[in-house]
Design a protein around this ligand. Structure first.
Ligand SMILES: N[C@@H](CCC(=O)N[C@@H](CS)C(=O)NCC(=O)O)C(=O)O
Length: 205
């Protein structure tokens, strides 16, 4: 079995890295230097034609999109380790949160960033669109807050790769200017998840 992991530090690849560390499966790391433009070179485009990290190659088969990767790793290696639910209603719950994270929470988050970040040319940014995106992100955090109230983890109240994935992105919100402390259950859960040794190993990359 071989897993090659393409990453860049402090990026969407961090949740994949965290999951790989939780699973304890052997993997080879390949750093993609985004500043140097490695993501647009032929070698990496053959792995992910979108030119984005994360990506993995599992036994010769490329898989890109962080949500797909987490689900794939969970199905292949997580079930037997108690880190991903077996097929059944709780698997549905796991998929719900992973897809919600990327398709809904991150969609609003990227929209917010596109309209606020200094790295985007000023003429491509729109103040009103940023305000709308901010409200959309906050609405999703309200949903997460309600779902986590009185619970330690998202699925079956046991830590799973789903928590690593969603907490990875929720923690990132702080970096782009959202005060996650305003959502106390979310904030406590992010800290709980980040206190795991696998998170520290992934961040030390
Ligand atoms: N939808 C993708 C988004 C991945 C993504 O946006 N990756 C960024 C790093 S956070 C990237 O590789 N950017 C390089 C570029 O756009 O040139 C996923 O979830 O995997």
């Amino acid at each position: 079995m071989s897993v090659v992991f393409y990453y860049s530090p402090m990026s969407s690849a961090s949740t994949t890295h965290w999951a790989l560390e939780e699973l304890g499966v052997p993997f080879e790391k390949v750093k993609v230097d985004l500043k140097a433009g490695d993501q647009n070179k032929e070698a990496f485009l053959a792995v992910n034609p979108n030119g984005k990290v994360p990506a993995i190659v599992h036994d010769g088969v490329p898989v890109f999109e962080s949500a797909a990767i987490i689900i794939h790793l969970g199905e292949c290696f997580g079930v037997e380790k108690g880190l991903f639910p077996a097929a059944g209603p709780q698997r549905g719950e796991a998929l719900k949160w992973v897809v919600w994270c990327n398709a809904t929470l991150c969609e609003a988050l990227w929209r917010y960033q596109r309209n606020t970040s200094d790295r985007i040319p000023a003429e491509e940014r729109n103040t009103k669109a940023a305000a709308v995106a901010k409200v959309d992100v906050e609405k999703q955090l309200d949903i997460l807050e309600t779902s986590l109230k009185g619970k330690d983890y998202l699925v079956a109240n046991a830590f799973s790769l789903v928590d690593a994935h969603v907490a990875g992105f929720a923690g990132y919100l702080q970096m782009v200017g959202f005060d996650v402390k305003q959502w106390p259950s979310v904030s406590a859960w992010v800290e709980r998840c980040r206190s795991r040794p696998a998170f520290a190993r992934a961040m030390g990359a």
